[in-house]
Design a protein around this ligand. Structure first.
Ligand SMILES: C[S@@+](CC[C@H](N)C(=O)[O-])C[C@H]1O[C@@H](n2cnc3c(N)ncnc32)[C@H](O)[C@@H]1O
Length: 379
């Protein structure tokens, strides 16, 4: 081995060690933040847990949310609502489940045949969420619980007993912004999803690349502001790992209400974004298709609002691009559409996605969604 190779290898090992030690310092800070510093969502320094979803909740999700125990809702620290459609019978994993609010909503929606796993690294959160398993099992009338909470790191899902290719849906609510190594987290989510599975998650995004100096501030880390991804970087990251293009579902502005943090964050703006992203088979469709929605997705009899820029009216044929055709044909929505593959090649197949449809900031501006009156419990 020559000197240059040895030098490069040493450098790579050193970088890896630096990342590992940074990761564990961040994990300890975040555990402390959510385990002991924050009692309720009112203690957060932004309106993240109060930013309103920029689209109405499905009726069944709304009803399920009303049935979640108030103590669980009190410690909700998310920044969106991570409840996709058509969950009956699904196996779902919630990354960074906190007190378990989303898991219990999901528990109701997947039904007794479904399974929900909440994963969190903070002992206090695991204890708080586990306390209400039996309560919700009885409330939903199930003969046995369909929800478990496991302690573990999103960066090491197999250590927490999560099998590869085992899940229909992975959700996460305002957690990936707390992780220094996002590539590992997204790759792990990719591994545990079945082919055709969906990653549906809300997170905090920054309007530009966050300066390194933010990363030294424990409160900025705890609030997700130091680790928030520049929203455009998400698109490249997902494509690199093998996921579909992210589809923006909802977006709202996040307001920092602590003046000291406002000063520290300067001209970096934050928004909450919910994206749906799919793990598609390699041999995907390359041409356009004509698709007709059958009106069969529960709660969506007249129209299926797939994302902020695609809604499918029942019985109305529409032409879609190759990737959307693959999503509708290869996922749990395949039985809800009649699909005719066309001969027309899709020129967008290999081009850069249209960023303007993917910005949570632009969507929030368009819908005027920002701080509105809401109860922080989500009720
Ligand atoms: C902002 S709170 C959100 C909790 C929950 N999703 C909600 O909506 O209320 C972040 C949670 O993610 C957990 N967390 C952060 N980083 C994690 C990691 N690397 N692995 C597992 N859990 C993590 C924290 O312990 C905390 O409970």
């Amino acid at each position: 081995m020559n000197y240059a190779t040895t030098f490069l290898r040493t450098l790579a090992v050193r970088r890896k060690l630096q990342t590992l030690s940074m990761s564990s310092a961040v994990h300890e800070n975040v555990k402390n933040y959510y385990g002991s510093r924050l009692e309720t969502s009112d203690d957060l320094q932004t309106n993240a847990a109060c930013s309103m979803p920029s689209r109405p909740l499905l009726k069944s999700a709304c009803e399920a949310l009303k049935q979640v125990h108030p103590d669980v809702c009190k410690r909700y620290f998310g920044c969106g609502l991570v409840i996709p459609e058509k969950l009956e019978g699904c196996a779902v994993l919630d990354l960074g489940s906190g007190s378990g609010r989303d898991c219990y909503v999901l528990s109701k929606l997947v039904g007794e045949r479904g399974q929900v796993t909440g994963l969190d690294m903070t002992d206090e959160m695991i204890v708080a969420s586990q306390k209400y398993v039996q309560y919700h099992q009885e409330k939903f009338g199930y003969s046995k619980p369909n929800t478990v909470f496991v302690k573990g790191y999103m960066e090491k899902l197999s250590d927490a007993g999560i099998q590869n290719n085992s899940l229909d849906v992975v959700v996460s609510n305002c957690v990936i912004c707390l992780c220094p190594d996002k590539r590992t987290v997204i790759s792990e989510a990719y591994k545990v999803l079945k082919e055709g599975g969906e990653l549906y998650y809300s997170d905090m995004y920054a309007s530009k690349v966050v300066p390194d100096s933010f990363k030294e501030d424990p409160v900025l880390w705890g609030e997700g502001m130091a680790g928030a991804l520049y929203w455009q970087d998400l698109i490249t990251l997902m494509k690199d790992i093998g996921f579909s293009t992210p589809h923006l579902v909802a977006g709202s502005h996040i307001v920092v209400h602590n003046p000291e943090l406002q000063r520290k964050t300067g001209d970096v703006k934050y928004a909450s974004g919910t994206y749906r992203i799919f793990k598609l088979p390699q041999s995907s469709i390359k041409t356009k298709a004509l698709v007709t929605y059958k009106g069969t997705v529960p709660d969506c009899a007249e129209c299926f609002e797939f994302d902020a820029s695609h809604s499918f009216k029942t019985s109305v044929p529409v032409e879609v691009g190759a990737e959307m055709a693959a999503i509708l044909q290869k996922t749990r929505f395949s039985t809800d559409f009649n699909i005719s593959i066309l001969d027309t090649p899709d020129p967008k197949q290999s081009s850069t996605p249209q960023y303007c449809h993917l910005s949570p900031f632009l969507l929030a501006d368009k819908l005027g969604s920002s701080v509105k009156q809401c109860s922080k419990t989500g009720h």
